[in-house]
Ligand binder design. Structure first.
Ligand code: APR
Length: 227
């Protein structure tokens, strides 16, 4: 059986990483749609860098929860028959033990050089324009996919969706494409589809099955069933 799992901010919520569209949906007083754009980076680079520096720093203070750990256990059992795709830019899946994670929106702990195009692992601030480890230019930006930019590894994700027997969406509001369309691509290819989310999402009606509650409870229960 081939499984594709898509995770969103909801799986990291119980680790203390705020989601985007719950409560006030504000980050450091900014709406993510206003800061996570190429235009914002051009016009107010310091604001955008500080927004991501704050989120990068916050990552050092949080730990994976039972939802992340259950998905790592699923990978140990399923190996390459599982593709874990995340919209999250935190490294909680990796710290929980998942080793093949597709970060379709990029990663906070990666910096992209606008001069040479190289990516470097980066855990410090970027606001002071440090030199690129590869070329020395002071042109590092967060290696994060902003609104209007192409998400990463879309071909690989679509291939997996067409071959999946089961597609499970965890902790995402189904508000942002292309991730919000994955359930339909999977179902069109004959996969069963399941939503695990705190509450109904914009996409709930597209799923064959839906269970609502906290990921730290729902994900371990579902993985236990599957194993
Ligand atoms: N357990 C399970 N689900 C939860 C929990 C929890 N403890 N807490 C919140 N949720 C659910 C919410 O009900 C919501 O449906 O997680 C979802 C979070 O939705 P968003 O905040 O919109 O996050 P996400 O869907 O990941 O956003 C997608 O939008 O801002 C862009 O690039 C950003 O990757 C992000 C994308």
């Amino acid at each position: 059986m081939r499984v594709v799992v898509l995770t969103g901010a909801g799986i990291s919520a119980e680790s203390g990483v705020p989601t985007f569209r719950d409560a006030n949906g504000l980050w450091e007083g900014h709406r993510v749609e206003e800061v996570a754009t190429p235009a914002a980076f051009e016009t107010q680079p310091t604001t955008v860098q500080r927004f991501y520096d704050a989120r990068r720093r916050a990552l050092h203070a949080v730990v994976p929860n039972a939802g992340h750990l259950a998905l790592a256990a699923l990978e140990r059992a399923f190996g390459k028959r599982l593709l874990l795709v995340t919209q999250n830019i935190d490294d909680l899946h990796e710290r929980a033990g998942s080793s093949h994670v597709v970060h379709m929106h990029g990663e906070l702990f990666s910096a992209l050089c606008r001069a040479c195009g190289e990516r470097s692992r980066w855990e410090q601030d970027l606001v002071d324009r440090p030199a690129c480890p590869a070329c020395g230019a002071s042109e590092l930006r967060p290696d994060v996919v902003w609104f209007g930019e192409l998400p990463y590894e879309m071909d690989r994700i679509h291939r997996a969706l067409t071959r999946a027997d089961l597609f499970v969406s965890i902790g995402t509001s189904g508000a942002v494409y292309p991730a919000a369309g994955f359930v339909r691509a999977a179902a069109a290819s004959g996969a069963r589809t399941l939503e695990l989310n705190l509450q109904r999402s914009d996409g709930t009606d597209w799923f064959h099955d839906a269970r609502h509650g906290p990921a730290s409870r729902l994900v371990p229960a579902w993985v236990k069933e599957l194993l």
